[in-house]
Design a protein around this ligand. Structure first.
Ligand code: NAI
Ligand code: MG
Length: 353
């Protein structure tokens, strides 16, 4: 029996509604497999926890989850209780940073049964690989003087190590998918970091003669996500460009409620963390109508990462079968609730097995 230890953090808002549903899906997949078990350890770390304890997680919180095979997270943030910059920094960003989850992976794929806002989506299947630790999101810089004399400097940080590892990850995935790799650049406008980015990309491409490559400026590439997404495969991008492209990717899929993501640790010292793209959706929390597909697809990505891609495939197939049958939550035009959608996905999984 293979046992996978998961640290489960539902967090706030609809995280508390969709995480239990995704765990039901994992239990069903374990049953289908027969030789696999999940051992969940639940952590109530959230904005409510903050109100009670004055912090988002205990002082030894990271120690507690460090040995798990993966972290499965819902969403963090309840601005009615704790300001967002405190809640996200104290939990989500802390785990990402301390556990060296230097890569963020986000698929944008046209699912069967989903209506894309694009009039001609042509079955796109894109994987965005975003640098998750440096780049434009640095705290280096400062402000001096005031009024019209005010000067503000914000530095971007690109290290050879950081750029090389995200590109290597992109090349390896592109090789595995038998596809091609697109680099998001802006070397026609950003004079130092982006020419460097391009150089590293070209250097590395020489070691992957089997992977087709191209570089696109971020403005043009954004337009291609809309006008011809089917021509893109794996896209490697800096922290800021990857952030923007992955929201665009979620948008062309048809709803943020279905988009999954993984924060990947590469050095094996710490677990990776899987969480949907959406937040805690306080506007719909408590009504049982949240779309569970983002969290369930996230579970599929986690299974891929943990060496069980065949099981992940069963889950994604069942999601598509359920969408095609019109069993959908309100955000994507259906009338079903969270539990009904999950029930239908589990039933479709069992049918495949
Ligand atoms: P949000 O993603 O929570 O909601 C945006 C809109 O999408 C809302 O109208 C919501 O109802 C809808 N939506 C999101 N997920 C859905 C789902 N599964 N099913 C149906 N509809 C869904 O983003 P928002 O409102 O900007 O942020 C709310 C809170 O979540 C804030 O505290 C924010 O900081 C936090 N947040 C946390 C994230 C994380 O944990 N990674 C990511 C984004 C926001
Ligand atoms: Mg974003």
């Amino acid at each position: 029996m293979k046992t996978l230890d998961l640290a489960v953090i539902p967090g706030d808002g609809i995280g508390k509604e969709v995480v239990p549903e995704a765990l039901r899906v994992l239990d069903a997949i374990a049953e289908i497999h027969g030789g696999l078990a999940f051992n969940y350890t639940h952590y109530p770390w959230s904005s409510e926890y903050y109100i009670e304890h004055g912090r988002m997680m205990p002082e030894n919180g990271l120690e507690l989850i460090k040995e798990s095979d993966a972290i499965f997270l819902g969403a963090v943030g309840d601005p009615s209780l704790v300001p967002d910059h405190i809640s996200l920094a104290g939990l989500l960003l802390k785990i990402r940073r301390e556990f060296e989850q230097v890569i963020n992976v986000r698929p944008a794929k046209q699912l069967r049964g989903m209506v894309s806002p694009l009039s001609n989506p042509k079955n796109f299947d894109i994987l965005i690989i975003r640098e998750n630790s440096e780049g434009e999101y640095s705290s280096i810089g400062g402000r001096v003087h005031s009024g019209m004399d005010e000067v503000v400097v914000q530095n971007a940080v690109f290290t050879k190590r950081g750029v090389s590892r995200v590109m290597e990850y992109g090349f390896e995935i592109a090789r595995k998918r038998g596809g091609h790799l697109t680099s998001a650049t802006k070397s026609n406008g950003i004079a130092h970091s982006m020419p460097f980015w391009d150089e590293v990309f070209q250097e590395m491409a020489a070691g992957y003669p089997d992977v087709k490559t191209n570089s696109e400026h971020i403005d043009a590439l954004s337009a291609f996500f809309v006008t011809r997404p089917e021509t893109l495969d794996v896209v490697v991008a800096s922290n800021l460009f990857g952030d923007i492209l992955s929201d665009l990717g979620a948008a062309i899929m048809g709803s943020i409620g279905i988009a999954p993501a993984g924060n990947i640790n590469l050095n094996g010292k710490f677990p990776s963390m899987f969480e949907p793209v959406h937040g805690s959706a306080p506007d719909i929390y408590g009504r049982g109508i949240a779309n569970p597909i983002g969290q369930i697809w996230t579970a599929k990505m986690m299974l891929d990462h943990l060496g069980e891609p065949e099981l992940g495939e069963i889950i994604l197939n069942a999601i598509e079968t359920t969408l095609e049958a019109g069993i959908k939550t309100g955000d994507i035009g259906g009338k079903s609730n969270t539990v009904e959608v999950t029930d239908a996905i589990i039933a479709a999984m069992k049918k495949q097995a």
